[in-house]
Design a protein around this ligand. Structure first.
Ligand code: ADP
Ligand code: MG
Length: 609
C-alpha cells in the first residue's frame, strides 16, 4: 500500500503559511503592505505579547467590497494581478493572494471593513481557516484586521517563537523599515498599550527620520540626491560620526519596496571606506528608483530580496550617489574625507573623525575621583615576565621565517625580559620604541592598552566580580527606541559589565555607574551606547557576543593613538602587558607591535650587502 496521501487544503495552507508567516513581524509586514496597496494614508499597528496574542492593524484605505470579503481569504485570491503578463510590471506590494489565507489558517482573525461610498461595512471572523462569523456592521471607512493567538493550532511553529520582547523588537524593526520607506504615510505603532513611534506622514523625510531614529541622526544627516541614465537615488545617509556597531540603521528601497541587499550595503560601505573604522557601519535611507523591468522582485516568498539584471551598474550608482552627497556638503562641513588622515584598518582611533579634546581619555585625570587608571598604579608590582611567556616559544621561528612583521608575542618570547629592552621613546604620540642589541620594536600604545584592559575585565566578568564605579553625578542618556528596548532586554548583562542604570521616561535612561576600567565618564557613556548597539537584535548573549562587548569596552577605555604618554606611563604599560596571563593574542588579530631586525636595517641602509 502506498504511503503518499494528498494533503487537504487546510493542511496545504498551513505549509504555505510557513513561508510567509514565520512570526508576528511577518504578519505585520503583510497586513501593512495590504493597507499601503489600498491607498491608506494612516496605518496604526498595535500588538500585545510581542504580537503573539494580538496584532491589530487599522487603515483608512479603500476597504473591501462586501462580495470580496470572503474571497480575500481564499488562497491565490488577489485583486492585484489578473494574469501572468501582469507579473512583469508589478506596482503593488502584494500580488500572490496568499497572505490573508496563510494568516487565517494559523490564527483567529477578525476583519472589519467598509468602502468609503458604502453605507455599511462588514465583519468576518475566521478561526483556523474556517469562517465562524460574517455579517454587516457599521464601521469607519477603511479596514481593521485583528489577529489573535498566532500559531494556536500549529505548535511546531509556535515553538520557534522567541520571547515576547524579542518578537516585539522584530515587529518594531519591520515597521520602521516600512515607515521610513513611505514618509507620505502616517504610521503609528503601539506595543502593550504604549505608543512607540508615530510618523507625521507629511512627506518630509527628515521629520520621518526624526520620529524613528531621533534627533542625533537628524543632526548628523547628509542628504542624497543623484541621478544617472540608469537610476535615480534619493534619501539620506549619516555622517561618519553617526556610524553604528551594526547594520540596523541601513534601509534600502527599490521603487518604494523595502529590500535587503548585500550589494547595496557593500556599495554604501565602500563609499565610507576611508572614513570609518573597522566594524562600524554607516546609517542610510536610500530610495533607488529604477526601471522595474531591470529588477526581479519575485525571487523571495516575503519579497524581501530582489535580483538585479545589472549588479555592477547598481553598485556603481549607489557608490557614486553617496560619494556625490559627501562632495556636495564637503565645503561647509567639518568631517574629513581623506585616506591619509583617517585610519581605516587600524583600531579605533576616532580622534581624526571627532577631533575634540574632551572626548579623549586622559591618563592621569579621573573624572570620578576614584583611583587612577590601573596600569599606572600597578607599575610597582609588575611580576617577573619569564614565567608568563615561555609557552609561546614554540612557534617563534615559524613567525620569524614567514613574515617580517613580527607579533609582540614572538619578540618578547625570544627575550623574555623587558630588561633586555631600552625604551627609546615615542613617535607620533602613538608608537613606543623599544630596542636592544639586535632589534627595534614599534609598539602600538592603543592596541597594547586595549589588550590589557580586555584581559582584566574579562577575568572580572568571568569571576562575577564587581566592575562598577559610581559616577559623581548620574548621566541622563537619550537613546533611540531600538537602543532603549535593547537596554531593557539586556539589562542584566549590561549590569554585569558594570553599567548601572534605570529608566528615565521617553526612551531615556539615567546611568549611575559605569565599568571601573573606564576613567572618563564621557567615554564610558560612549562605550555603553556602542555595547547596546552591538546587542540590538540579540536574543541570548553567547560567548562570542560577550567577548565582542568586552572588547568594545576595552577599546573605548584604552588610551588613544595621538595621545602623548609620559615615560612612566610607557614603562607601566609595558610591564602591565607582560603581566597578563595571555598577553600575546590580540582579540582582533592585529599586531600589537612590529619588529625591525638590526640585520634588516643594516641591509636596507646598505651597511651590509
Ligand atoms: P495580495 O496582497 O497578494 O493580493 P492578500 O492575501 O494579502 O493578497 O490579500 C488579498 C486581497 O484582499 C487583496 O488583493 C486585496 O484586494 C484585499 N485586501 C487585503 N487587505 C486589505 C486592506 N487592508 N484594504 C483593502 N483591501 C485589502
Ligand atoms: Mg497582501
Amino acid at each position: 500500500m502506498g504511503k503518499i496521501i494528498i494533503l487537504d487544503e487546510k493542511t496545504a495552507n498551513k505549509i504555505a503559511a510557513g513561508e510567509v508567516v514565520e512570526r508576528p513581524s511577518s504578519v505585520v509586514k503583510e497586513l501593512v503592505e495590504n493597507s499601503l496597496d489600498a491607498g491608506a494614508t494612516f496605518i496604526c499597528v498595535e500588538i500585545r505579547d510581542g504580537g503573539i496574542s494580538m496584532i491589530k492593524a487599522t487603515d483608512n484605505g479603500s476597504g473591501i467590497a462586501h462580495d470580496d470579503v470572503e474571497l480575500a481569504f481564499e488562497r491565490h485570491a488577489t485583486s492585484k494581478i489578473k494574469n501572468e503578463k501582469d507579473l512583469n510590471c508589478i506596482s503593488t506590494l502584494g500580488f500572490r493572494g496568499e497572505a490573508l489565507a496563510s494568516i487565517a489558517a494559523v490564527s483567529k482573525v477578525q476583519l472589519v471593513t467598509r468602502q468609503p461610498n458604502d453605507a455599511s461595512g462588514c465583519l468576518i471572523e475566521i478561526e483556523g481557516g474556517k469562517v465562524v462569523n460574517f455579517h454587516e456592521t457599521g464601521c469607519p471607512s477603511g479596514t481593521t484586521i485583528t489577529i489573535r493567538d498566532l500559531f494556536y493550532n500549529t505548535p511546531a511553529r509556535y515553538k520557534f517563537l522567541k520571547s515576547n520582547s524579542t518578537e516585539a523588537g522584530y515587529v518594531m524593526e519591520m515597521l520602521t523599515k516600512i515607515a521610513l520607506g513611505r514618509p507620505d504615510v502616517s504610521f503609528k505603532f503601539i506595543n502593550s498599550g504604549k505608543t512607540v513611534f508615530h510618523t507625521p506622514g507629511n512627506n518630509d523625510l527628515i521629520s520621518c527620520i526624526f520620529s524613528i531614529y531621533g534627533k542625533e541622526f537628524v543632526n548628523n544627516l547628509i542628504p542624497v540626491s543623484y541621478k544617472n541614465a540608469f537610476a535615480e537615488i534619493k534619501g539620506a545617509v549619516g555622517t561618519p560620526e553617526f556610524s553604528k556597531k551594526n547594520r540596523n540603521y541601513q534601509n534600502f528601497y527599490i521603487n518604494t519596496r523595502y529590500i535587503r541587499s548585500k550589494l547595496v550595503a557593500e556599495a554604501l560601505e565602500k563609499a565610507y571606506e576611508t572614513m570609518l573604522m573597522k566594524h562600524r557601519f554607516p546609517a542610510a535611507i536610500l530610495y533607488i528608483n529604477i526601471n522595474p523591468s531591470l529588477v526581479d522582485v519575485n525571487v523571495h516568498p516575503a519579497k524581501l530580496e530582489v535580483r538585479f539584471s545589472n549588479e555592477q551598474e547598481v553598485f556603481r550608482t549607489v557608490y557614486d550617489a553617496v560619494n556625490s552627497a559627501f562632495v556636495s556638503i564637503a565645503a561647509n562641513h567639518t568631517f574629513i574625507h581623506n585616506s591619509d588622515d583617517i585610519c581605516n584598518n587600524t583600531s579605533d582611533n576616532t580622534s581624526n573623525i571627532t577631533p575634540s579634546d574632551n572626548s579623549i581619555a586622559t591618563f592621569n585625570e579621573n573624572s570620578f575621583g576614584t583611583p587612577q587608571n590601573q596600569f599606572i598604579n600597578s607599575a610597582d608590582n609588575a611580576k617577573p615576565v619569564n614565567s608568563t611567556i615561555k609557552e609561546d616559544k614554540s612557534n617563534i621561528n615559524d613567525v620569524i621565517n614567514e613574515q617580517q612583521t613580527l607579533y609582540y608575542e614572538s619578540t618578547f618570547s625570544q627575550y623574555n625580559n623587558l630588561n633586555n629592552y631600552i625604551i627609546g621613546g615615542e613617535v607620533f604620540s602613538t608608537y613606543i620604541i623599544l630596542y636592544n642589541d639586535s632589534e627595534m620594536l614599534l609598539l602600538d600604545q592603543h592596541a597594547a592598552h586595549e589588550r590589557i584592559i580586555y584581559e582584566n575585565i574579562k577575568i572580572k566578568y568571568e569571576h562575577g566580580e564587581p566592575m562598577s564605579q559610581y559616577l559623581m553625578s548620574p548621566e541622563i542618556l537619550e537613546l533611540d527606541m531600538f537602543q532603549y528596548q535593547c537596554a531593557q532586554n539586556q539589562k542584566h548583562f549590561l549590569e554585569r559589565l558594570g553599567f548601572n542604570f534605570e529608566n528615565f521616561g521617553n526612551n531615556s535612561i539615567v546611568i549611575r555607574a559605569v565599568p571601573a576600567e573606564i576613567s572618563n565618564a564621557g567615554i564610558a557613556i560612549q562605550a555603553f551606547k556602542d555595547a547596546v548597539d552591538m546587542l540590538i537584535k540579540e536574543d541570548k548573549i553567547d560567548e562570542d557576543k560577550t567577548k565582542d562587548t568586552l572588547f568594545t569596552i576595552a577599546c573605548k577605555a584604552a588610551v588613544k593613538a595621538n595621545q602623548k604618554l609620559k615615560s612612566e606611563e610607557i614603562k607601566s604599560l609595558i610591564e602591565q602587558l607582560l603581566k597578563l596571563e595571555k598577553p600575546f593574542t590580540c582579540p582582533h588579530g592585529r599586531p600589537i607591535a612590529i619588529r625591525f631586525g638590526k640585520y634588516e636595517i643594516e641591509r636596507k641602509i646598505k651597511r651590509i650587502v
